[in-house]
Design a protein around this ligand. Structure first.
Ligand code: XIL
Length: 466
């Protein structure tokens, strides 16, 4: 799906979802305009935050308090993002520089900026082996454990009610094939330090989602397997954990793994949200842009991937500035990577200039009033291939499983399906929900999709409640 979508999004035949029929007609591609169903909600946003929101996600950035006086920086932040993570200001060394003395000035500035501008906050990070104050680095055993618990209690209480999700524990697993914990002063207080941290955080701020966050866990490997086993164990024993963060710091030596989406999905299948928490990808031009597009599409294809945060705004703001890993250049201009991200958020298409907007009102399909469900198709067609998005909307009764039926035109073959199980690849095909998206609340909806060669389906689809 990724390669073809990327190709489609760069061609003149790919446009915004609401205007598919018009765009295709303008590009001379045969299309059955009357039968392309367009949902009222499928408008293409023009900023990262609004486009992500249309997909039910957030788009965030790591923010440094000392840059909040930089007008270019703040201009981009306020325009594009709807989630912020303090880059350093909530870390242990910043919030408790002397034991028992808490300083929140810089972190508070970021939180207050976010609140004033309608952004949410990811808290980062309550417990980490790195960026500890000197006094904690020198502690061990039960004194350190007690200091950690107090630290978490104090900080999470100070921000109670203001944090969407906390990175409760950061980077606690070892790299390489050991599949074990990273050695640290915290680890040496006892293997249960992670669950103690999570239980403490829950008690202090019951409203925040509690995440475990790490790097080199982006694909399936010994390290991510070890984190997976911990999350599975926590869920089984009722240790409070709500989400897993995947830092996603990539470069040519550590590229986006081929199984990135599958890895996000397997964690989501444990019953936690997944979030991309510190995304940056070293490089430039279309290579960098393609990788960014892949990451975004992977998140969108996983229903419990709730959002993406990039680790800084301009390349010059990055902790790895020499690798130019972000979406804006040093002057604040949008890079090709930005466009790739926006296109991916908009479903593989570019918002058309307003001059090409259709003059007729596109057909809309209101949610059904009775029981059962409806399916609406949105087609992106290009020469030789297509992507179809299908939105399944429940009627007045919640769904506990659904099946969508449609007929592909002669010669069309499905090559890839996400978020549903197809019965075949050509002709009349039915799509059944997967284990995680069969339950849809009354009036709510879920989306699946498929990609194929040939001409995509232009007729309507049936939806049957299980
Ligand atoms: C980095 C910051 O970006 C730098 O400013 C700081 O000097 C070091 O920490 N993983 C994390 C982040 O969880 O907190 C790190 O942030 C980057 C790696």
């Amino acid at each position: 799906m990724h390669k073809v979508l990327a190709r489609g999004s760069g061609s003149s035949t790919a446009r915004s979802r609401p205007h598919t029929a018009l765009a295709l007609a303008a590009a001379g591609v045969a299309v059955f305009a009357a039968t392309v169903v367009v949902t009222a909600t499928a408008s293409a946003g023009t900023t990262l935050g609004t486009s992500a929101a249309e997909q039910g996600r957030y788009f965030g950035a790591a923010v440094a308090a000392n840059k909040l006086s930089d007008a270019t920086y703040v201009g981009i932040l306020n325009r594009e993002f709807n989630m912020v993570t303090p880059e350093n200001e909530m870390k242990w060394d910043a919030t408790e520089p002397s034991q028992g003395q808490f300083t929140y000035t810089n972190a508070d500035r970021i939180v207050s900026h976010a609140q004033t501008n309608g952004m949410r906050v990811r808290g980062h990070a309550l417990a980490w082996h790195s960026q500890q104050p000197g006094w904690a680095q020198n502690m061990s055993g039960s004194a350190l454990r007690q200091a950690l618990v107090n630290h978490i209690t104090q900080v999470a209480t100070h921000y109670r009610g203001k944090i969407y999700a906390w990175d409760v524990v950061n980077e606690a697993f070892a790299d390489g094939g050991s599949g074990g914990r990273r050695d640290s002063n915290l680890q040496r207080t006892g293997n249960d330090w992670i669950e103690a941290a999570f239980r403490t955080a829950r008690a202090a701020d019951p409203g925040a989602k509690l995440c475990y966050n790490d790097y080199n866990t982006d694909g399936q490997n010994a390290k991510s397997n070890a984190v997976y086993a911990m999350v599975q164990d926590f869920k089984a024993r009722g240790v409070p954990i709500d989400c897993v963060g995947f830092q996603s710091h990539f470069n040519s030596a550590s590229p986006v793994p081929g199984d990135y989406q599958a890895n996000l999905q397997r964690f989501a299948n444990l019953g936690v949200d997944v979030q991309i928490t510190e995304l940056d990808i070293e490089g430039s031009g279309t290579v960098q842009a393609d990788s960014y597009g892949r990451v975004v599409r992977a998140c969108l294809a996983v229903p419990r991937c709730t959002g993406i945060t990039v680790w800084g705004i301009r390349d010059t703001d990055s902790w790895r500035a020499s690798g130019t890993p972000l979406l804006f250049d040093g002057s604040g201009n949008k890079k090709p990577a930005y466009t790739a991200v926006l296109n991916a958020l908009n479903g593989g298409s570019t918002p058309p200039p307003t001059t090409t907007a259709p003059t007729t009102t596109p057909p809309t399909s209101p949610p059904p009033s009775g029981s059962g469900c409806t399916a609406t198709l949105t087609l992106s067609q290009w020469q030789g291939g297509f992507v179809t998005y299908v939105r399944v909307t429940a009627g007045a009764t919640p769904l506990n499983g659904w099946t969508v039926g449609l007929t592909l035109p002669g010669g069309a073959t499905i090559t890839n399906t996400w978020n549903a199980q197809p019965s075949g690849t050509s002709g009349a095909v039915t799509f059944r929900n997967l284990s995680y998206n069969g339950q849809v609340g009354a009036g709510a909806s879920t989306e699946f999709g498929f990609q194929g060669v040939g001409t995509g389906p232009s007729g309507s689809a049936t939806c049957t409640a299980a």
